[in-house]
Design a protein around this ligand. Sequence first.
Ligand SMILES: Nc1ncnc2c1ncn2[C@@H]1O[C@H](COP(=O)(O)OP(=O)(O)OP(=O)(O)O)[C@@H](O)[C@H]1O
Ligand SMILES: [Mg+2]
Length: 167
Amino acid sequence: MSGKRVAIYPGSFDPITYGHLDLIERAARQFEELAVAVLEHDSKEGAFPLSERLAMIRESVSHLDNVRVASFDGLLVDFARQEDARLILRGIRAVSDYEYELQMALMNRKLEPDIETVFMLPSETYSYLSSRLVKEVCRHGGRIDEFVPPHVAVRLRSMLGPGARNS
Ligand SMILES: Nc1ncnc2c1ncn2[C@@H]1O[C@H](COP(=O)(O)OP(=O)(O)OP(=O)(O)O)[C@@H](O)[C@H]1O
Ligand SMILES: [Mg+2]
């Protein structure tokens, strides 16, 4: 194992929002290296194909030297081990996130006792933001510019906005 403090931030990022980015920027200041990891076969039905999710994340984190973007399939702890990471980063927005996150963190600890899950809180400005809600707002023609970077907003509108091919 390299001595570096590598953390993995897993999720579906469908698409990345300012809430995710807030956490990524905080974590990039705390850990030597952060790998944002997109789950390939998600049980949630995605709006964006994996390649587009990765592209949107890469464009959003290009100003951060110690952040890289990857995708994984299978068990998160296996991916973490493969990446030499002993920290899993997750975000908690509200009490509603807590129960699910607790279950997952304890299961991952059972599977791999050497890997710790750490939780971070976003700025309160973003504590209500989820990819699902942003998509919902976009589908109905609402303003999404405060929730996602401009390049993501453009892709969201053409994918889901009123009159889009998939709306
Ligand atoms: N606004 C936010 N603030 C803090 N953490 C967040 C925020 N949005 C997502 N996260 C956290 O990021 C991780 C990955 O989340 P995920 O990819 O499921 O995003 P999501 O916005 O919850 O998407 P969905 O609406 O599809 O569930 C989770 O730990 C989630 O709690
Ligand atoms: Mg979620």
